[in-house]
Design a protein around this ligand. Structure first.
Ligand code: GLN
Length: 283
C-alpha cells in the first residue's frame, strides 16, 4: 500500500469517526508513524507504507476515530510556542492557559530574578514556559501525581530548563511551605464533579485528577487563595485559571481572605472570563 492510499483510507476512517479535520490528522499520524515531518511525508506519497509504520499507524487511526486525543497518540502538544511531551498522565495543555501565562509575563520584568510557583503542573506547561520566557527566574512546580511529574521532568530536560525548575510531589501548595514567591500560578482542576460526565469526548480521556474540582468546582481555589496568601511576598502576583462561570465565586473567595488587592478577572480571546489575577497585600 502506498502512503497516499494509507492517507486516503485513514482520512475516511477518521471522518466516519467524526474527526473535524480528518485529512490533516491522518497526515499528522502518518508522518509520526513514518518518522517524517508533514512536508517530508507529502513529498513521498508514492512510496510504500513500511510494516513498522503500519503497526503504529492503523491502531492509532482507529483509536483517534474512537475519540482518543490526537496529542496522546503523537505524544506532543505545542504550548507558548514550545514543544511539550504529553501522555495520558497529564492534561493536554490548552490555549486558555496561554492567556494566564501571558498575563503573568506582561506583569513581570523579563530579566527579573523571580521565584515562581506553579501548583498542579501536569506536563509542566505553565512552569516551563515561565522559566523559558523569564531566563533568570527560579521556578518550583508541584503535582500530586508522580506520573505527571515524570512527564514534567522530561519536558524540563528536553527544553533545557531542568537547572532552574524544581519539581515536588504533593498537593498544590503543601510541598512549598517555607518558601516565598514573587508569583504563584495555577491551572487547577475546576470542573464541578457532576459535570464531568457531560464533557466533550476528548476530555473523557484526560486524567480526572486534572479536571475534578469537587462538588462546585471550587475546591482548589479554597486551598490556593488562602494558602497562596501565606506563600506570596508582599505585592506578589497570584494568577489562576478559572472556569468561565466561576468569576464571581472566585472573586468572592479572594475577597474573603482579606489578603489580596487589585483583584480582577481577565477574559480569554473569545471574551470569556478565564483568569483571576490579584496582588498580595503589603501589610
Ligand atoms: N498546569 C497544567 C496545564 O495547564 C496542568 C493543569 C491541570 O492538570 N489541571 O496544562
Amino acid at each position: 500500500m502506498t502512503l497516499l492510499a494509507a492517507l486516503q483510507e485513514a482520512t475516511r476512517r477518521l471522518a466516519a469517526g467524526g474527526v473535524a479535520r480528518p485529512r490533516l490528522e491522518a497526515e499528522v499520524l502518518l508522518s509520526r508513524a513514518c518518522n517524517l515531518t508533514r512536508p517530508g511525508l507529502l513529498a513521498r506519497l508514492e512510496e510504500g507504507l513500511a510494516p513498522a509504520a503500519a503497526q503504529f499507524f492503523w491502531p492509532a487511526v482507529d483509536r483517534r476515530a474512537a475519540g482518543y486525543p490526537l496529542q496522546y497518540l503523537t505524544g506532543h502538544q505545542e504550548f507558548m510556542s514550545l514543544d511539550f511531551r504529553v501522555t495520558p498522565a497529564v492534561l493536554i495543555p490548552r490555549q486558555d492557559t496561554e492567556v494566564v501565562v501571558e498575563a503573568v509575563l506582561e506583569r513581570l520584568h523579563p530579566d527579573g530574578e523571580y521565584t515562581i510557583a506553579d501548583c498542579g503542573t501536569g506536563s509542566g506547561a505553565i512552569a516551563l514556559s515561565l522559566a523559558h520566557y523569564l531566563p533568570r527566574a527560579r521556578v518550583y512546580a508541584t503535582d500530586i501525581s508522580p506520573a505527571a511529574l515524570a512527564v514534567a521532568r522530561q519536558n524540563a530536560r528536553e527544553l533545557g530548563l531542568a537547572a532552574r525548575v524544581t519539581f515536588y510531589q504533593g498537593d498544590f501548595l503543601a510541598p512549598l511551605q517555607g518558601l516565598k514567591f514573587h508569583a504563584l500560578v495555577a491551572n487547577p482542576p475546576y470542573i464541578p464533579a457532576a459535570d464531568l460526565a457531560g464533557l466533550p469526548a476528548d476530555v473523557r480521556w484526560e486524567p480526572r485528577l486534572a479536571l475534578d474540582g469537587g462538588p462546585d468546582g471550587l475546591d482548589a481555589y479554597r486551598v490556593l487563595l488562602p494558602g497562596g496568601a501565606r506563600l506570596l511576598r508582599p505585592g506578589g502576583l497570584l494568577a489562576l485559571e478559572i472556569g468561565c462561570a466561576q468569576g464571581q465565586a472566585v472573586m468572592s473567595l479572594a475577597a474573603a481572605t482579606g489578603a489580596y488587592r487589585d483583584r480582577q478577572i481577565l477574559p480569554d480571546y473569545a471574551g470569556r472570563p478565564r483568569c483571576f489575577l490579584a496582588h498580595r497585600r503589603e501589610e
